[in-house]
Design a protein. Sequence first.
Length: 201
Amino acid sequence: MITESNAYFTVPHQFNVYLETWPDSKGIPTEEDLRSMQSVGLKLLSEVKELESSCLLQLRSLDNDAKAVVDFLKLQSRKVDLVLHHVLEKEVQTGERFSGTHFGGSGINLSSDTPLNVGDYFKSSIYISSELVAILCLCQVTQCQKVDPSAIHNDDTVLFNISLEFSQILDADVEQLVKASLNVQQKMLKMRKQSRQQAAD
């Protein structure tokens, strides 16, 4: 569970989020409650990722000869993750679909044509396909701002930028999001470097 506001940075990235209203009367679920709400596919993906992280960490402590084995196992694990993620995305989703714009270890940002009330809680299913991340958590709306129409070059479009913070999330899922955000940031830095080099040439 996140106990410190803005504990992690966020990165711009497109992904899918499904939000289902969580009544105040239910209170904040425990981690065990959250685990019990996970689908079979989501539980399987989480378990596989935890096992992969543990095994690869142990292998990295071996000598240099193990590098080829580690690289091979990482490739195999990615193939398994791809299959599981594909299956998960085909599951029947509950809640309303939104387009995510930023994510990090503390929360997410959405773009929506309808506003959400600050303070409301949502059972949230987050799917970041490019990073093979799929998690279930409880989020609370902390901000909802109307976007200036001139900023999107269309006076007829009404959009809202919505910020949500994690109210309950598994530690392993926070770790996934942090790793994914670092990976996205590295890709962005690499692209900027390449663009500069091309401009210099």
